[in-house]
Design a protein around this ligand. Structure first.
Ligand SMILES: NC(=O)c1ccc[n+]([C@@H]2O[C@H](COP(=O)([O-])OP(=O)(O)OC[C@H]3O[C@@H](n4cnc5c(N)ncnc54)[C@H](OP(=O)(O)O)[C@@H]3O)[C@@H](O)[C@H]2O)c1
Length: 332
């Protein structure tokens, strides 16, 4: 089997196109040094933040043309000179978008037997799920009986936000970009309601669904939805806006102007940034509770899977056009 990898050919201009990337054969990896493992990827994750990295506005390093695109993987150790990991172990770690990698495994953790299927370790039971968990419970401080509004509600972060809200006794309202996504959010993930922002009047629907305002607005998108929710005064007194993602901006050259924040004074609302890396030391806390919910069948999840590394560029471009439905994954 030839090892392959996805390289950045050039920084995308606007919405990425498959020609911005290239599929390349990987040279045979170097012999392992002490403390290293060689892993073979089984699942690779595509995440919107990678587009933000390519715009140079992310706080992490901007990838350069010729480099392998960043990606987390579920991968099997095929050779080890590491004190902890043995051949055959299945790990979750950063490998880049490639079929095989040599790593010091500094960020690796063992795949838990409760990660069924294993791909959930990259979705609802991995980084996106952990973002939802701490973003809602720690940053958003949600309480039973409150109303939680979340954008991109059919995605891995958004769908977990609403489901965790309900498991904690709050009400969940989603916003998503198609009738099909909204149907899944309501009927499968069982949110109380979901607003199709492409076809419905978000302002009017929010007035119906949450006449007293929302207590937690979990913002995954920024853009017009943020303007409507904050600017049209849908925040309840003392509301918390969890600023989690700005996916509407990642394809833009310049960040657009923000909302008029004067309206926050009336609601005494707080805007609170969420960065999942700040919670790495509390991963076990998340996993304990999320794996128990998952094991009891209480979490719905949707995956958007393509086969083979060659399909990765087009699948990433689909994600960045907002056409994915569920967690974007590559199966190898
Ligand atoms: N702060 C953190 O630590 C952290 C960690 C993980 C993720 N995030 C952020 O959380 C958000 C959700 O991430 P996710 O992993 O769960 O993925 P995701 O929801 O599947 O993200 C893609 C979705 O974003 C929506 N979207 C809205 N406007 C878009 C636009 N202009 N272009 C492309 N997509 C658009 C689309 O859904 P609709 O059709 O419903 O609009 C699309 O399907 C992202 O903003 C991500 O960067 C933040």
């Amino acid at each position: 089997m030839t090892d392959r990898r996805i390289l950045l050919r050039r920084i995308p201009d606007g919405t990425p196109r498959p020609e911005d990337f290239e599929v390349a054969e990987a040279p045979p990896g170097p012999p392992l040094g002490p403390g290293q493992v060689r892993v073979r990827a089984e699942w690779l994750s595509l995440d919107p933040y990678v587009r933000a990295l390519l715009s140079g506005r992310h706080f992490l390093r901007m990838p350069q043309p010729g480099e392998v695109l960043p990606a987390k993987a579920v991968a099997r150790v095929v050779e080890s000179r590491h004190a902890t990991w043995r051949t055959g172990d299945r790990l979750v770690l950063e490998t880049g978008l490639q079929s095989s990698a040599v790593s010091d495994a500094a960020d690796a953790w063992r795949l838990h037997p409760g990660h069924v299927p294993a791909s959930t370790a990259l979705g609802i039971l991995g980084m996106p799920g952990m973002t939802a968990y701490f973003g809602l419970l720690d940053v958003g401080q949600v309480r039973a009986g409150e109303v939680v509004l979340v954008s991109s509600a059919a995605g891995p972060v958004g769908s977990m936000v609403g489901q965790i809200a309900m498991l904690k006794g709050a009400r969940a309202i989603g916003i998503a970009g198609s009738a099909e996504k909204c149907d899944w959010v309501r009927r499968v993930a069982r949110f109380e309601a979901c607003i199709d922002y492409r076809r419905e009047d978000v302002d009017a629907r929010l007035r119906e669904l949450a006449p007293d305002g929302v207590h937690v607005f979990f913002d995954n998108t920024g853009g017009d939805l943020q303007h409507t929710v904050i600017g049209r005064r849908h925040l309840a007194l003392g509301a918390r806006v969890v600023l989690c993602g700005l996916v509407t901006q990642y394809n833009l050259k310049e960040a657009p102007p923000g909302p008029n924040l004067g309206v926050l004074m009336a609601s005494r609302a707080k805007i609170l940034p969420m960065v999942v890396y700040d919670y790495e030391h509390r991963r076990e806390e998340f996993l304990r509770e999320a794996l128990a919910w998952h094991g009891a069948g209480r979490l719905a999840f949707k995956e958007d899977i393509v086969e083979g590394l060659e399909a990765a560029p087009a699948h990433f471009c689909r994600l960045m056009r907002g056409e994915n439905f569920g967690k974007s994954l590559i199966r190898l």
